[in-house]
Design a protein around this ligand. Structure first.
Ligand SMILES: [Zn+2]
Length: 163
């Protein structure tokens, strides 16, 4: 096997919120990903204005997130609000008029008790029921620039990013 080293992620100043809590991840193909743990904005080096790559990203992204995309003029790429999915749940931006446009919602995957399972049939599978669900109804919320706290609430991620 090759002796490729696991490089440290580079910490940069986020172009969106200007806080030094953003990580750049260099991929083997020469591209790079970005994620800011302060404001939760994310980008990729291929999200260049007027490209097919950007168009495809926009098409597959909810309108609310597209409405809040940010042009990083220094790198000439667009940044988007991120959605993080893990085995324990999801962190996603939720429109919120009272909190600067949006907040971060954290919904955890919870198990469904046997008595409740009848209320959660699996579509197209007769007599089969979900045993866990994403508890969107019981989501916790974090302010716009508390993305890191939202991720911590979800748990199990960011181990390599802690300060
Ligand atoms: Zn930021």
């Amino acid at each position: 096997m090759g002796k490729e080293q696991k490089k440290e992620m580079e910490k940069i100043i986020c172009p969106v919120c200007k806080v030094n809590f953003c990580y750049k991840d260099d991929y083997p193909d020469g591209s790079a990903g970005y994620l800011c743990y302060n404001c939760g904005m994310t980008s990729h080096s291929k999200l260049i204005p007027d490209t097919e790559y950007l168009e495809k990203a926009i098409i597959s992204t909810p309108e609310f997130i597209n409405d809040n995309m940010f042009l990083d003029e220094k790198r000439n790429i667009y940044w988007f609000l991120s959605t993080i999915r893990t085995v324990t749940g999801i962190v996603f931006p939720e429109p919120d008029d009272s909190f600067d446009g949006w907040n971060w919602a954290v919904a955890k995957i919870v198990s469904i008790s046997e008595e409740e399972q009848k209320d959660y049939p699996i579509p197209g599978k007769d007599g089969e029921f979900y045993t866990n669900r994403l508890a969107i109804d019981d989501a916790t919320h974090f302010r716009k620039n508390k993305f890191y706290d939202a991720c911590q609430e979800l748990g199990g991620i960011l181990k390599t990013h802690q300060e």
